[in-house]
Design a protein around this ligand. Structure first.
Ligand code: SF4
Ligand code: SF4
Length: 142
């Protein structure tokens, strides 16, 4: 009883141990994810690392999609993006009536296909072709 009374008195004079949701975001608050699509190279790393699976990156059509309603604002995508294209806005996103997926369109880099190393068969091919053409060409003497 004495212990409890002491705690009660402490709570009466002590300020609240929690804080109300601030009107202004505090430093380092995780509000919502934003992307600068012009910096994105569509490497898909953010999509692979996102624990909630709310990101979809499609290099073939240059789209970067996020379902903000499934995002848990963990910040993993921000830390893994080598191009610093993703940032964490400190302000929580606005409430919405519909669970829309936000789509951003960018320009994926053009990937140049690596030249295939010539195989042994490729080296022999011109020779074989030559022989075949020689065999197929009717001689002038005939
Ligand atoms: S946002 Fe960053 S990590 Fe995600 S696809 Fe673009 S460049 Fe890669
Ligand atoms: S903050 Fe976390 S949950 Fe949200 S998109 Fe990035 S990795 Fe996914």
């Amino acid at each position: 009883m004495l212990k409890m009374s002491k705690r009660l008195l402490e709570n009466l004079v002590h300020g609240p141990v929690t804080r109300l949701k601030p009107r202004e975001p505090f430093e380092g608050a995780r509000g919502h994810v934003e992307i600068d699509i012009d910096k994105c190279i569509f490497c898909m790393r953010c999509m692979r690392e996102c624990p909630s699976g709310c990101l979809t990156v499609n290099p073939s059509d240059g789209t970067w999609n996020i379902n903000q309603f499934e995002c848990i604002a963990c910040g993993v995508c921000v830390s893994v993006c080598a191009k610093h294209a993703i940032t964490m806005n400190e302000t929580p996103r606005k409430p919405a009536y519909h669970k829309d997926i936000s789509t951003y369109r960018g320009t994926p880099p053009v990937r140049v296909a690596k030249a295939k190393a010539p195989s042994e068969a490729d080296h022999k091919a011109p020779e074989n072709e030559k022989k075949e053409s020689e065999a197929g060409t009717p001689s002038a003497e005939a």
